[in-house]
Design a protein around this ligand. Sequence first.
Ligand SMILES: C[S@@+](CC[C@H](N)C(=O)[O-])C[C@H]1O[C@@H](n2cnc3c(N)ncnc32)[C@H](O)[C@@H]1O
Ligand SMILES: [Zn+2]
Length: 390
Amino acid sequence: MRLIEIREGKTSLRVPDFAEYARKGAYDPSRAPVFYNPKMEFSRDLAVLALKSYINKINHNVTVCDPLAGVGVRGIRYAKEVDGVEKSVVGDLNKDAIPIILENVKINGLEEKVEVEHKDANLLLTTHSEPGKRFDFVDLDPFGTPIPFLDSAIRAIKNKGVVALTATDTAPLCGVYVKPCLRKYGAFPLRGEICHEVGLRILIGSAVFASIREDFGVVVLLSYSVDHYFRAYLQLDLGAKKADSSASLLGYLLYCPNCSWRDTVPLSGAVITSCPSCQRPLKRAGPLWCGPLADRRFLQSMMEQDLSSLNTKKRIEKMLNLLIEESGMPPTYYSVDSLSSKLKRGPPPVSLIVQRLKEIGYAASPTHFNPKAFKTNAPLEIIMKTVNEA
Ligand SMILES: C[S@@+](CC[C@H](N)C(=O)[O-])C[C@H]1O[C@@H](n2cnc3c(N)ncnc32)[C@H](O)[C@@H]1O
Ligand SMILES: [Zn+2]
């Protein structure tokens, strides 16, 4: 396999030559014998910042694990770019990945810090499940869904540690395929206007169910949906009461496709089937996470990190600003296109609607989920009036 050398952040990496694995003129990572996707650099840059902020938050050194590593990029970047990473365990089941990971460890001078394992991810995590061997931070970055690795990741996490997860199976999570979503996540998705937030909340909800089984409460430090994937950073906090309090934030989303009314109800809540606003039948998604999608202080601390070495700096600043603005907003967003078409008018700018809602005393913000959508705590009739008059 021919390799080329690239640079992400402060890390040099040997990766499969993009030119050799192209389809229709563009590099196709799935064709390369060892996986590396340059389009995920943004996700990895954010991960480096998130790990830095997490270490600031807990104020001690950490051990990390990247058990689905491809060329080793995540685990190696953590060891190279994040002060306070004592040890990084990097693994992959693909035997062709191992010499590349070893070479990447060497060219970055990390032989003392990075341990490389040719193992199945569940086996690797399970060998770290006994106390004393557990990690502070586990990054699950699989093909498709992280669910098959979630239980072993949770068992390999120290109290107050973080599980970071990527899900690229957006078609089930966004409701294009319902049955696989039910199989993998135990939840019904919802196609349409708010599918991305519902998908992210189903992913987190499923991880919360797995965590509370082990008596961990969950704090969502950061989560988002972009491009073709979902990503969440979950801090686990041991204690039955904390787990109970996380369980109380699991529930269902009720949504009216006719008038856009929506609300969340706890798992134990009464089931209503017709829309309180227009009396038409409601759709129900979940079970899913109804709690916060991020911790505002954690986002602010990420924003305060030195971003200068990151190639995706501009996009990161824009994203973190949006996430900070929308943190604290209630679940789900309103699509301007969808509301305008119900009102049979052209779509006004999101910024104008947000401004008008704030002027009349409601909380409102744009959202990273969709540039043509906004979040607010205003009731539906006020939202419709505001869009109509904007
Ligand atoms: C999406 S790629 C990882 C990408 C990498 N984290 C990055 O940022 O470039 C998923 C990786 O998981 C590996 N893999 C798949 N199943 C595995 C398993 N059961 N145990 C360990 N590795 C596995 C694949 O060989 C592949 O390298
Ligand atoms: Zn309705």
